[in-house]
Design a protein around this ligand. Sequence first.
Ligand code: UD2
Ligand code: MN
Length: 594
Amino acid sequence: RYFCYGCLFTSVTWSVLLFLYFSLGQDGGRPTFRYVPIQGPQAHHFQPRFSKGPGGGPEHGITANDEHSQLHKLNRTHDKFWNGMIFNEQDQEVRDMGYHKHAFNVLISNRLGYHRDLPDTRDDKCRDMIYPLSLPAASVVICFFNEAFSALLRTVHSVLDRTPAYLLHEIILVDDSSELADLKEDLDSYVQQHKLQIKVKVVRNEKREGLIRGRMIGASHATGEVLVFLDSHCEVNEAWLQPLLAPIQRDRKTVVCPVIDIISADTLAYSPSPIVRGGFNWGLHFKWDTVPASELNSPDGAVGSIRSPTMAGGLFAMDRKYFNELGQYDSGMDIWGGENLEISFRIWMCGGQLLIIPCARVGHIFRKRRPYGSPGGQDTMAHNSLRLAHVWMDEYKEQYLNLRPELRERAYGDISERQAVRQRLQCRSFKWYLDTIYPEMQVASPHNKPQQPVFVNKGLHRPKVLQRGRLRNLQADKCLVAQGRSTQKGGAVVLRSCDTHNPEQEWAYDEEHELILAGLLCLDMSEIRSSDPPRLMKCHGSGGSQQWTLGKSNRLYQVSVGQCLAVVDPISPKGYVATAICNGSQSQQWQLEG
Ligand code: UD2
Ligand code: MN
């Protein structure tokens, strides 16, 4: 009878409020629902609230202040290289300590926060793939030792943000007895404060176990149907999990790896990896191989799966019960190394298969050095490799021992439990594995010379030179030259009178942002101490310490240091240069003159 205007008003208001709440989220506008599961129940996407990243805590990052907004302005107008800009001594400390403890640029990692958008690096066809509605749920196991907090949290949040809740059974973080002050408390309080306990469980090792036993411990706490292992400095990409789960559901003896995209250690830039597969050499080092054309061009090459003789080790998924049946890992292996080849051989030789899934993409920070050792200082890679050679490689272990004769007498512990695994599973011979799974592997006869290593990596590609000339400092009106001979590695650079006819003063600036003097050495910065002056080093081609941006503003910005090149004292005949906080002053103005 009566039309209730009041009720209408109330319900409209509530709808609007609810809509705003869910579409904007509670943290002031950051889009909360980034990823909608491709298929399956539109279950409430598990989304931690109030999670804004390190900006929220002064311990781990920067608080909103003038510099921060200045940085944001910079980021908008310049490219990604400028994220590492140093504004003050504190920034410099964060960066230098970060390289020292973690071997990557922690200043940039902190500034990125715990959530970020990533370029979708999949083949276009992957977006049209349809996966089964019901798939087994995953326990994601992440082991870490002394990880940078922001990298660890970005790993965790990338999984929470990009995995449909119904497929994520849990995340198990295994703290391998980290020694970094505050890491434990910070993690515990973060998990509690953001109510992550529903999905995230933290397990702590009483003593350092290494990543191999660490993963076994993590797996023993897991209750999901599938195990997914990740390193603690990864970011999973769009729709990463479904393409990994589907092949396991089809065949529980299938072990799958995503394509490991590259997160630069110096800039944290995320870039796609080519589709390659795993191999190894007789030194028992993992290497990437090109995929045979027949396999890549097969009907579902780019979007299906690629058989891989080995895995890199850090990122893979397998049925949890199958992991146990197959003998988990060799618990006699310590800290780091070798377990990836061991599990790869075991999978193939004992009736399983190992696939790389091009539609599943996960980024990983690739570092130039490992920032930690083993507790006793031993070479755990050699110890672990010896064990796997003796258990799995039959007569082919000679190939390894011929290369490493000093290991013939080295003790490698008791392997009887592992031999029993091989017996129990009735595994095939290593010869079968080589013949059938890795026929490309060359076997050296004792009379042949040792194999020459093949460098698949960069090959002979030389980046294109964009500009050539003398590098003149506008304040000193002098040019940058080698202090000693321009061919001397490790030599310093200084300012001297410009001489148009001297080829020793000629710099080449190329598309990789390298500065090469006299066609030979690159201008380089120390990674550990940004206060050290620049020097001339062999060009390594991997950016970072040799990456400079020469912009319109005439400043010469060092990408991994986050500072600009400056003359120390423009009137001193010594002509010293150093990097300093970028301030646009005359002392930091350079021109590359042809
Ligand atoms: C690669 C693998 C890594 C592992 C290793 C061989 C990838 C992307 N990474 O080396 O997963 O298979 O080859 O063993 O394929 N950690 C501990 N305790 C330790 C040492 C390390 O928990 O005592 C953690 C560490 O924090 C990290 C993970 O183990 O999350 C792997 O270590 P890494 O990143 O130093 O190894 P990486 O990527 O060089
Ligand atoms: Mn790693």
